[in-house]
Design a protein around this ligand. Sequence first.
Ligand SMILES: NC(=O)C1=CN([C@@H]2O[C@H](COP(=O)(O)OP(=O)(O)OC[C@H]3O[C@@H](n4cnc5c(N)ncnc54)[C@H](O)[C@@H]3O)[C@@H](O)[C@H]2O)C=CC1
Ligand SMILES: O=C(O)[C@@H]1CCC=N1
Length: 264
Amino acid sequence: MIAIIGGGKMGEALLAGLLATGYEPNQVLVTEPDSERAAELRERYQVAAVPLAESARRAATLVLAIKPQDMVELLDELSGDLGSDTLVISIAAGITTSLLEKHLSGEVAVVRAMPNTPALVSRGMTAVSGGAHTGEAQLDHAESLLRAVGDVVRVPERHMDTVTAISGSGPAYFYFIAETMIEAGVAMGMTRDAAKKLVTQTISGAAAMLGDAAAHPVVLREAVTSPGGTTAAAVRELERHGVRTAFTDAIEAARERSRQLSEG
Ligand SMILES: NC(=O)C1=CN([C@@H]2O[C@H](COP(=O)(O)OP(=O)(O)OC[C@H]3O[C@@H](n4cnc5c(N)ncnc54)[C@H](O)[C@@H]3O)[C@@H](O)[C@H]2O)C=CC1
Ligand SMILES: O=C(O)[C@@H]1CCC=N1
């Protein structure tokens, strides 16, 4: 039995992914304090929404999908209720395995995972790291659960704040670019629908080309950039406005915020 603690956006994405990849509704529990939201999930997925203590008692794997700021209180509430073999997977930004272990009594197996919202369409990217008491089989199990919503990689935990800044928050950066490009098209007289179609297919096509293991972004960009042409004119403006530095600084700020979240 798997219990998802926190039925928000990411909790629902994981729940939907697990059910779509072969888990039965009676193998998954949800703990969600917002009763309207709990009823919605129950109705949409036919899963039981139960109190935290019941999830802790019945589930072999708990997925903590609550806000980082709520984590310590939840861990303290959970501590003592877990079985000796329970695996705890946290997807909260910034929350370290040592913080999870510190607030759960005994030698609990914990996994820190960082998914992203494309999990909602089974195209998520998740990175995982195991804690001090987490064996290979438990890490494998966590990976296979998370594979229900996309790709999974294992990383050393020292890279998790960077992962959070790149792939965790990353979809927002692409939506930001998409929004800007669509609005530019609208400002130049296109309909919003037509501009959105152009932008969406362009992002998806570019991502498909970049997905080829042999491809490199610089080479792909050079292929678009005709001598004396439109792309060269555009890229010169991006460089003039410091967009490259802005992106690097943005990713550093996200990594720093992820670090801070463990400090409460
Ligand atoms: N939204 C995103 O793109 C990503 C979010 N995350 C992480 O996932 C976690 C959840 O994020 P979202 O789903 O976006 O937030 P959300 O706000 O949509 O969901 C959080 C849910 O937890 C519930 N909750 C609050 N206290 C609870 C408790 N004590 N027990 C059980 N449930 C409780 C809330 O009612 C809410 O439904 C966060 O820690 C975030 O860092 C990780 C990767 C990506
Ligand atoms: O913004 C956040 O804190 C969460 C973690 C990664 C994506 N969303």
